[in-house]
Design a protein around this ligand. Structure first.
Ligand SMILES: *Cc1c(COP(=O)(O)O)cnc(C)c1O
Length: 415
């Protein structure tokens, strides 16, 4: 992928752009929240729509000249409604965090109560972390997973909700490898008369393809990101029923944002169109099959896996038993040297620090996009184990790097 115009005017930026493409070609992207979008999505995102101000919504804009902006946003909305079986979708949030902000703005007042999963157990900053606006504006209590099983402790959640009396319960997570039982959380929310926000940022694609149970029609609000498993480029969405549509739209704009990023909305439209093709279902099934294969390989190699396996696109490894002297950060660094890019992650009952936690999180969405199957993912699991076993052995790291190079060459990304 060349950038001739940028190269002409700005070689330093061109070097970084070309370098990033090469980095993605040559390494295994196993950060569970990442993926590779198609060239069609890239083209849409790089379009002249970036020049257009389109504050408002299709047919009701504050600016003239919005006919093509309207066309693109209407396509994105129609396709999203079909993908997630939704009554109403707002496709304007700039990110997943902005989508969540819109929901909080729509139904909460400052000082209201949020009950959400602890960050350490797989939650997200935008669910009430003290460093995020949610932790500063709202009163937050957090629930956890069962430390023994790694599964959400739904009974403890019900008791906690009864005591805390939240205004909203947040489900949907960043590092939770298991199927979430939306109905059970909805029952808890109903019992305490709270709203239920289901943030499916990671699994938008799995839900759209029907390989993970859908919270749409169960939870009051569903938010998602568009750049993770759904592969539609960077951004967010809010899904709700007609009853909340006007409040959500007003909370996105003008409540929390100005003009929409129309070029990104074009990327969403193209990516959603791709996800409506039958092949996307095969893709999503393969993502989960690959994560299962990775988990099996990890287990065979003696890694301890949080919750014992996965139902989704990610596997969470707790290194404390198998590699007590190796932190998640040590593993992340050695793996990056070997061309395997994933992230250190906290684990339930974390005993190190959030900055250098005890686990690693590995996802299969991006590998699956470039054509990896179960056998490939089993091999990748073996390679990861070899590196984690030998974080200080440069010859092992170099050997793995070479094998990674062969695997990436066999499965090119952008030709
Ligand atoms: C990734 C993620 C988001 C979205 O994050 P942005 O970086 O703001 O797009 C929101 N919620 C959860 C649970 C996530 O994992």
């Amino acid at each position: 992928m060349e950038y001739p115009e940028v190269r002409e005017t700005d070689p330093a930026v061109a070097d970084a752009l070309a370098g990033e493409v090469q980095r993605q070609e040559d390494t295994l992207a196993m950060i569970a929240s990442e993926n590779h979008v198609s060239e069609a999505v890239l083209e849409a995102q790089g379009s002249a729509l970036t020049n257009k101000y389109a504050e408002g919504y299709p047919g009701a804009r504050y600016y003239a000249g919005c006919e093509y902006a309207d066309a693109v946003e209407e396509l994105a909305i129609e396709r999203a409604e079909e993908l997630w079986g939704a009554e109403h979708v707002n496709v304007q949030p700039h990110s997943g965090t902005q989508a969540n902000m819109a929901v909080y703005l729509a139904v909460l007042d400052p000082g209201d109560r949020i009950l959400s999963l602890e960050l350490e157990h797989g939650g997200h900053l935008s669910h009430g972390h003290p460093a995020n606006f949610t932790g500063q504006l709202f009163e937050v209590e957090q629930y956890g997973v069962d430390p023994e099983t790694g599964y959400i402790d739904y009974e403890a959640l019900a008791e906690q909700a009864d005591e805390f009396d939240p205004d909203i319960i947040v489900s949907g997570y960043s590092a939770y490898p298991r199927e979430v039982e939306w109905e059970r959380i909805q029952t808890v929310a109903d019992a305490v008369d709270a709203y239920h926000l289901s943030d499916i940022a990671h699994i938008t694609g799995l839900v759209a393809a029907g390989v993970h149970d859908s919270p749409v029609g169960v939870a009051d609000f569903v938010t998602g990101s568009t750049h993770k498993t759904i592969r539609a480029g960077r951004g967010g969405i809010v899904i709700c029923d007609e009853e909340h549509a006007d409040d959500v739209d007003a909370a996105v704009f003008p409540g929390g944002q100005g003009g929409p990023l129309m070029h990104n909305i074009a990327g969403k439209a193209v990516g959603f169109g791709e996800a409506l093709e039958p092949e996307f279902e095969d893709y999503a099934q393969q993502v989960v099959a690959n994560a299962e294969a990775l988990a099996e390989s990890f287990a065979d190699n003696g890694f301890e896996i949080v919750s014992g396996g996965t139902d989704t696109h990610l596997v969470l490894v707790d290194l404390r038993e198998s590699h007590p002297d190796t932190s998640g950060g040590d593993a992340e660094e050695a793996l990056a040297d070997a061309g395997i890019v994933l992230n250190a992650n906290t684990v339930p009952g974390e005993t190190r620090s959030p900055f250098d936690p005890s686990g690693i999180r590995a996802g299969t969405p991006a590998l699956t996009t470039r054509g990896f199957d179960e056998a490939d993912c089993r091999e990748v699991g073996d390679l990861i184990h070899r590196v984690v076993d030998n974080v200080d052995d440069e010859s092992v790291i170099a050997a793995v790097r070479e094998r990674v190079g062969e695997l990436t060459d066999e499965n090119p990304l952008y030709r």
